[in-house]
Design a protein around this ligand. Structure first.
Ligand code: PHE
Length: 442
């Protein structure tokens, strides 16, 4: 069977950016900026994304394109032996993240519905109580989790070109439009200027080791590095694409969406006199409160949660594609069987994650509920370990092959080759070791 490839350059870039742009950009990036000194954090983030982030994206794309295989097959083909384990690590972490990402994706779908049917817009509604009541319910969030997983499954079932690529070609431009539409509304609210100022004016006194670590782990999660997604997406590329340029595009689009999301949230928060460091509750609790108070709130609120839903969906699609590619390439299953089995099992494993906000909230291990535990295991341990494996493998084990790959067999100049080598060989592994140790201590 010949391997499916992306239909166009733009299609691939939008799909890769679609994976990167997710809940991490719209929900997490803005409050991290708020908590970590505004522009100082943005600059730190950009520097890390453009060095360590770029080195890893380029390495993952080069590995996948060189091998034309899923992550397990990629490590096995290019070297084999114990290195195949690094591929398994990627496949497993992609799958595990999918199980709980879909639960949160379900929440965003539920909030679209609640916006449209008006139930979030009743005056005097206790929004904190509404949110807590919703997530702690045993049935309703599971229905939305099932629906969200079903949407993901339906896209991935149709394959690379007519499934993943087509969905991203529609959803990503739609997402950019909604983003601009909402940002224009937010920055023209009375009193918005203070928010823009707080968001973007650098407060250098807030810079510390914590900022660095927060920015680096956010860069990993936000750019979808370290779980074999870009290896998998890269394996559907041929040599006509300039992956140096693709890398830059992925970073620019991902960071741009994060910054824009902050330009929606911070001015609105300031205009309504709310604490900007509000953190995780900001999206589902604070923002609906603001939508209640502005004219046309239903429209803006619906647009916002649709934006969040699209961002989540294009990411979950990429998460499912990684284990699907593994089952197809290594175990010769058909796409249909692979997608249905994995989607079904991921749904089941997501159930305790959802219930960990309600009936299972007392069942904890190391003081964490089921979803928190999976989140910790993947984002703090498995993803950094996967990233570390990619750096060492690409930088030390198959370095010559990487050089021919990024230069398209020597036909394309790559002026940054030496720097790339140093970042992969030394700087990135050392930084990753630092976030892992820091993660243990906190
Ligand atoms: N990058 C996505 C986000 O910012 C999350 C994600 C992580 C998606 C890892 C896929 C893989 O939300």
């Amino acid at each position: 069977m010949t391997r499916e490839h992306w239909g166009s350059k733009l299609g691939f870039i939008l799909a890769a950016a679609g994976s990167a742009v997710g809940l991490g950009n719209v929900w997490k990036f803005p409050y991290l900026v708020g908590q970590n000194g505004g522009a100082v954090f943005v600059i730190t983030y950009l520097v890390l994304a453009l060095t360590i982030g770029a080195a890893l994206i380029l390495a993952e794309l080069a590995l996948g394109r060189a091998a034309q295989k899923d992550p397990v097959g990629t490590f096995a083909n290019l070297r084999g032996g114990a290195w195949s384990l690094a591929g398994y690590l990627g496949v497993l972490s992609g799958f595990l993240v999918l199980t709980f990402y879909s639960v949160i994706g379900g929440w965003t779908l539920a909030y679209v519905v609640k916006m449209v049917d008006g139930s979030l817009m009743e005056t005097g509604l206790d929004l904190t109580g509404t949110f807590n009541g919703f997530v702690s319910n045993s049935v309703e969030p599971l229905i939305y989790h099932a629906l969200f997983m079903l949407m993901t499954v339906l896209v991935v079932l149709r394959g690379i070109g007519s499934g993943i690529e087509r969905c991203n070609k529609f959803l990503m431009p739609a997402l950019f439009l909604i983003l601009v539409f909402l940002a224009v509304r937010a920055v023209t609210l009375d009193g918005a200027a203070a928010g823009v100022d707080f968001y973007l004016r650098p407060d250098f006194s807030k810079f510390s080791g914590d900022t660095l670590v927060a920015a680096l782990s956010q860069a990993f999660f936000s750019l979808s590095i370290g779980l074999g997604i870009l290896i998998t997406y890269g394996s559907y590329l041929d040599r006509s694409q300039n992956i140096q340029r693709s890398t830059l595009w992925i970073i620019v689009l991902d960071t741009g969406v994060g910054i824009f999301a902050g330009l929606i949230i911070m001015p609105a928060v300031f205009a309504f006199g709310i604490e900007p460091g509000a953190g995780p509750g900001l999206t589902f609790i604070t923002l609906p409160g603001i939508f209640q108070q502005i004219t046309g709130g239903v429209l803006f609120g619906t647009a916002f949660f649709v934006l969040l839903l699209f961002a989540a969906l294009t990411s979950s699609v990429s998460l499912l594609e990684v284990p699907v590619a593994y089952l197809m390439d290594e175990l010769q299953l058909s796409r249909k069987t692979a997608v249905l089995v994995l989607g079904g099992v991921a749904f089941l494993i997501g159930i305790p994650s959802s219930l960990s906000f309600g009936v299972m909230s007392d069942m904890t291990l190391f003081g964490m509920g089921f979803m928190d535990l999976l989140d910790y295991l993947t984002t703090k341990l498995m993803i950094p370990a996967g990233g570390m494996a990619v750096c060492i493998f690409a930088g030390w084990i198959v370095w010559p092959r990487m050089q021919t790959e990024v230069s398209n067999d020597g036909t394309l100049a790559f002026p940054l080759s030496t720097i790339w080598g140093w970042v992969l060989k030394v700087v990135a592994p050392a930084s990753i070791a630092m976030i892992m140790v820091y993660g243990f201590l906190h």
